[in-house]
Ligand binder design. Structure first.
Ligand code: DHB
Ligand code: FE
Length: 279
């Protein structure tokens, strides 16, 4: 049987991807941010799974106002890096796992969640930056990756409560796949940030750290956070954190905290990162 053994949570700041691509990770500004991922890269190298289910959001690269799936899963063989305005990031294509992805779609849809099956699309910084943070710059990604998208760009995004329930359904789906696969679940985006308007640049360290504590110890409590609270406390883009609730619920209740990192400044965003293992 397949099983979810661990979860990785990370911001997906595009400027972090640019620093990796341009080789500026060790300058005065970026070195402290990348220091928090030294342990993570080592841990990931020692714990590389067969498949990552990577929960992320597209930023109008693959989807735009014409079509907005609330939840989507990529079932194709391969996904290329999207051109977000300055050429595609120089990263390897993502190799999917169609058999597991289709199985998840069937299981989760039969469990009453309306997943959109998405096949022909490219993946943007929301997916590729966390991969680069955890794997560096390999010739090819060392495992398969199933893109799992959530709309947090255009209101109304799903509630944290719905995301948490979906995570539980994802766990059931993986555990009913009849192949011996080690699966990691990743939750990406966040933490507090606001990219536009009068409050652009907003960071809320206290709120973010409370979120990290609860994510480890009492994630169900986080399902009570309303959209209004996300916007007020974590800024307009802080809503990306609902994706972390999918990954956390998919891992299961009992966990061990392996690594935690929180860093400001990093572009316009509070950089948050956690690694949890199933207890
Ligand atoms: C930034 C952060 C994001 O999550 C994003 O999607 C785009 C930009 C930023 O920090 O600038
Ligand atoms: Fe984002």
């Amino acid at each position: 049987m397949a099983r979810i053994s661990s979860a990785v949570f990370s911001s997906h700041i595009p400027a972090v991807g640019a620093a990796i691509d341009l080789g500026t990770t060790q300058n005065d500004y970026w070195a402290p941010a990348f220091k928090g991922f030294e342990f993570s890269k080592q841990w990931e190298a020692e714990n590389t799974p067969d498949v990552i289910i990577l929960v992320y959001n597209d930023h109008a690269s693959a989807f735009d106002l014409r079509v907005i799936p609330t939840f989507g899963i990529g079932c194709s063989e391969q996904f290329e890096s999207a051109d977000e305005g300055w050429g595609p990031r120089p990263v390897p294509p993502v190799i999917g796992h169609p058999d597991l992805a289709w199985h998840i779609a069937q299981s989760v849809i039969e469990d009453d969640f309306d997943l959109t099956i998405c096949n022909d699309f490219k993946v943007d910084h929301g997916l590729t930056v966390p991969l680069s943070l955890m794997f560096g710059k390999p010739q090819k990604w060392p495992c398969r990756v199933i893109p799992f998208m959530v709309n947090v760009v255009q209101y109304p995004p799903p509630s944290g409560r719905r995301c948490f329930a979906l995570g539980k359904s994802l766990r059931k789906a993986v555990e009913s796949f009849d192949e011996n696969l080690n699966v990691q679940i990743w939750g990406t985006g966040g933490m507090s940030h606001q990219l536009q308007g009068a409050r652009a640049g907003l960071i809320n360290r206290e709120w973010d750290n409370k979120f990290l504590n609860l994510l480890v110890k009492d994630p169900e409590e986080l399902t009570k956070i309303t959209h209004t609270e996300y916007i007020r406390e974590a800024g307009s883009e802080g809503i990306e954190l609902v994706m972390w609730l999918i990954a956390r619920a998919a891992l299961g209740a009992q966990v061990n905290e392996i690594h935690r990192f929180y860093h400001v400044p990093a572009s316009n965003c509070a950089l948050g990162h956690l690694i949890l293992e199933k207890a």
